[in-house]
Write a protein that binds this ligand. Structure first.
Ligand code: UDP
Length: 336
C-alpha cells in the first residue's frame, strides 16, 4: 500500500487550500471531514483545480471506532490535523461542545496514530493561544494564555502534543500558530465560506462589497494604533497552505511551535481600503463601539518559521483582497 497523508478537516477553508498544495507536490492524500462546517463542493473544486480527485472519508473524529477503522483501511505516513470547531463566540456560549469535540477528536487521532506507528503530526493551532499579547511582535516563547474556550482547546492540544513528544522520542510534531488567514485560491473556485453572519473582518467586508450586507461596522476607533482601528497580521491562505507543506517536509523529533504570519500589521481601515481597491466598490463603513474581548494589535514574529521551515509569507494585502474578491464575486453565496 502507498503511504498517504491524512488531512483532517480537508474540506474546510485552510484544509482545502493545503490539500491542493499537497496534491500539486505529488502527495497522495485522504481527506477526512464530517462536513459539519464545510461543503462537499470543496472536494469537487480540489479535483477540478488539481486534476486529481482526493480520497474523501466522511467521518466524525470523536467516533473512536471510526477513527480506528480509518487507520486500518489506509497506511498513513503523516497526519495534518485541521478538523475542529472554530467559532470563538459560540465557544463562549457552548464550552462543553468545544472541549468535547476538539479534545476528543484529537486524542482519538493521536491514539490511532500511536497504535499504527504513525508519528509525524502537523497541528492547526492558532495565535489565539497567546491571549492578550505579552509583547509585540509575538514570539513562540511569548506568554501563552488563551482567553476563550476555543483558544483554550488549541492551548490544551498543544500541551498534549508537548507531553506526548516528551514521553516518546519517536514523535515528530509541529504546532502551527496561524495569525489572521484571509484570501482564497487564485482560481476563485475555493475560499472561506462562513455560515451565517461572518465574525471575521475580511469575509464581512467582502459580503458588503458584493451587496449581501449594507455596511462594515468597525469595532473601535480609539485603539492605541496608527489610525485608532485594530491592527492584525493578515496572511494569505496560500502562504499558510505552503507553510503546512514546509512543516511536513521539515518535521523533526520532538514538538515545536511556529508562528505563521507575515510580521506586517494592517489596520481595519487599511483592510477596508485595500478591499475597495481590489473590488472597485466603495465599501460603506462606520466606526462603532469596541467588541468585547478584542485587543489593539496582534502581530507575529515569523523568524523561527522562516529559518526552521525554510518558509516565508510572500503575498501582500492587495493580493489577499484581490483573491478574496475573486472568490466572493464569482460565488456570492459561497458553496451553497
Ligand atoms: N473587526 C471589525 N469589524 C468586523 C469584524 C472585525 O472592525 O465586523 C475588527 C476586529 O475588531 C479586529 C480585526 O477587525 O481588530 C480583525 O478581526 P477578526 O475577527 O477578523 O480577527 P481576530 O479579532 O480574531 O484577530
Amino acid at each position: 500500500m502507498t503511504e498517504k497523508i491524512l488531512v483532517t478537516g480537508g474540506a474546510g477553508y485552510i484544509g482545502s487550500h493545503t490539500a491542493i498544495k499537497l496534491i500539486e507536490a505529488g502527495y497522495q492524500i485522504v481527506i477526512a471531514d464530517d462536513l459539519s462546517n464545510a461543503s462537499p463542493r470543496a472536494i469537487d473544486a480540489i479535483a477540478e483545480i488539481t486534476g486529481t480527485k482526493p480520497e474523501f472519508v466522511e467521518i466524525n473524529l470523536t467516533d473512536n471506532a471510526a477513527v480506528g477503522q480509518l487507520f486500518s483501511e489506509h497506511t498513513f505516513a503523516a497526519v495534518i490535523h485541521f478538523a475542529g470547531f472554530k467559532a470563538v463566540g459560540e465557544s463562549v456560549q457552548l464550552p462543553l461542545k468545544y472541549y468535547r469535540n476538539n479534545l476528543d477528536s484529537t486524542i482519538n487521532l493521536l491514539q490511532a496514530m500511536e497504535a499504527h506507528g504513525v508519528k509525524d503530526f502537523v497541528f492547526s493551532s492558532s495565535a489565539t493561544v497567546y491571549g492578550v499579547p505579552s509583547e509585540i511582535p509575538l514570539k513562540e516563547t511569548s506568554n501563552i494564555g488563551a482567553v476563550n474556550p476555543y483558544g483554550k482547546t488549541k492551548e490544551m492540544i498543544e500541551s498534549i502534543c508537548f507531553d506526548l513528544a516528551s514521553s516518546d522520542a519517536s514523535w515528530n510534531i509541529s504546532l502551527l500558530r496561524y495569525f489572521n488567514p484571509v484570501g482564497a485560491h487564485p482560481s476563485g473556485k475555493i475560499g472561506e465560506d462562513p455560515t451565517g453572519i461572518p465574525n471575521n473582518l475580511v469575509p464581512f467586508v467582502m459580503q458588503v462589497a458584493v451587496g449581501r450586507r449594507d455596511s462594515v461596522q468597525i469595532f473601535g476607533g480609539d485603539w492605541d494604533t496608527s489610525d485608532g482601528t485594530g491592527v492584525r497580521d493578515y496572511i494569505h491562505v496560500e502562504d499558510l497552505a505552503e507553510g503546512h507543506l514546509k512543516a511536513l517536509e521539515h518535521l523533526k523529533p520532538g514538538c515545536s511551535a511556529y508562528n505563521l504570519g507575515t510580521g506586517q500589521g494592517y489596520s481595519v481601515l487599511e483592510v477596508v481600503a485595500a478591499a475597495s481597491k481590489a473590488s472597485g466598490v466603495e465599501i460603506p463603513h462606520e466606526i462603532v463601539a469596541r467588541r468585547s474581548g478584542d485587543i489593539a494589535t496582534s502581530l507575529a514574529d515569523p523568524t523561527l518559521a522562516n529559518a526552521a521551515l525554510d518558509w516565508k509569507a510572500e503575498k501582500n494585502l492587495l493580493e489577499m483582497m484581490q483573491d478574496s474578491w475573486r472568490w466572493q464575486s464569482s460565488n456570492p453565496n459561497g458553496f451553497s
